[in-house]
Design a protein around this ligand. Structure first.
Ligand code: CMP
Length: 268
């Protein structure tokens, strides 16, 4: 009898909403975003070690500057794996794409470890809410049509469901019905993943696991009807994908990171 040798799972790191700035000491509500990203990266290396792939799901820069994207790319150089970047509402797409190309992070359909990862651009210039252009919906459908046998992760910046927070309802993905109409055609989609909401969120929709991840800087209060930030450390999401289509995921936080959050803020 031959026993199939078990292959090592694919280890994937999601980093989201680092909000980096050209200014080295740039902060969001008192949290220095370069320092919080470094604390998260240190936690990844301590707890999980090297990933095989990094998914960066938007708001990489707060100020849209080329310098901020370069800081992001340089910060990832401690990892010896590829990364793929998409834009959020704070990003400036032309600067992000230019620097992503410098760091080979501009491939938005990645096939690795028996899985596929489709990264969608839901940013709308000058707007906080998101929408998927027809070309993005087509890109998603074409990617999934090409590989019907590979389990898929679809990632975007904006939330494509109501997360139970009134103030965030207006700033999610506006054409979510069109998005779900595409996803619903492809049973190989196992996970829809996003950032933007600066909090951990997990649920299920028609057999698809939906998940969001804490920011690498500040966190929004889950379930709050109006803008509110919570005194929780910055975090990341880790996945292990098996070529059988099974996976595990967990969120971790940089618990050693010291910060003083401006909790009375009513927005930024
Ligand atoms: N008080 C507020 N009410 C509504 N939206 C806000 C408020 N403050 C900030 N925002 C926007 O909501 C966004 C949520 O996450 P972002 O980091 O994308 O950036 C935030 C701001 O653009």
């Amino acid at each position: 009898m031959t026993i199939k040798e078990e292959t090592r799972p694919l280890r994937v790191l999601q980093l989201t909403d680092p909000h980096l700035m050209a200014r080295a000491d740039g902060d969001l509500l008192g949290v220095k975003t370069r320092e919080s990203l470094q604390a998260v990266i240190a936690e990844v290396l301590k707890v999980h070690g090297q990933p095989d792939l990094i998914l960066a799901t938007g708001d990489l820069a707060q100020d849209g500057s080329v310098d901020a994207y370069r800081v992001f790319g340089e910060s990832l150089e401690v990892f010896s794996c590829p990364s793929t970047w998409i834009a959020g509402n704070h990003d400036r797409i032309e600067n992000l794409e230019r620097v992503a190309a410098e760091f080979d992070a501009n491939q938005r359909h990645v096939i690795q470890g028996g899985w596929q990862f489709v990264m969608l651009d839901s940013s709308v210039p000058g707007k906080v809410f998101g929408a998927l252009a027809d070309s993005e919906l087509e890109f998603l459908a074409q990617a999934l049509e090409q590989h019907p046998d590979l389990p898929a992760v679809v990632a975007l910046h904006h939330h494509p469901v109501d997360i139970g927070s009134d103030w965030m309802e207006k700033i999610g993905l506006t054409n979510r019905d069109a998005f779900w109409r595409v996803v619903d055609r492809f049973p190989q989609v196992k996970i829809v993943l996003w950032g933007h909401i600066h909090q951990e969120h997990e649920r299920e929709r028609h057999g698809v696991q939906l998940m969001a991840t804490p920011s690498t800087c500040i966190q929004f209060t889950s379930g709050s009807s109006k803008f509110a930030v919570e005194d929780l450390p910055p975090g990341y999401r880790w996945f292990e994908f098996h070529d059988t289509g099974d996976f595990m995921t967990e969120v971790r936080r940089a618990t050693d990171f010291q910060f003083e959050l401006d909790q009375n803020s009513t927005g930024y």
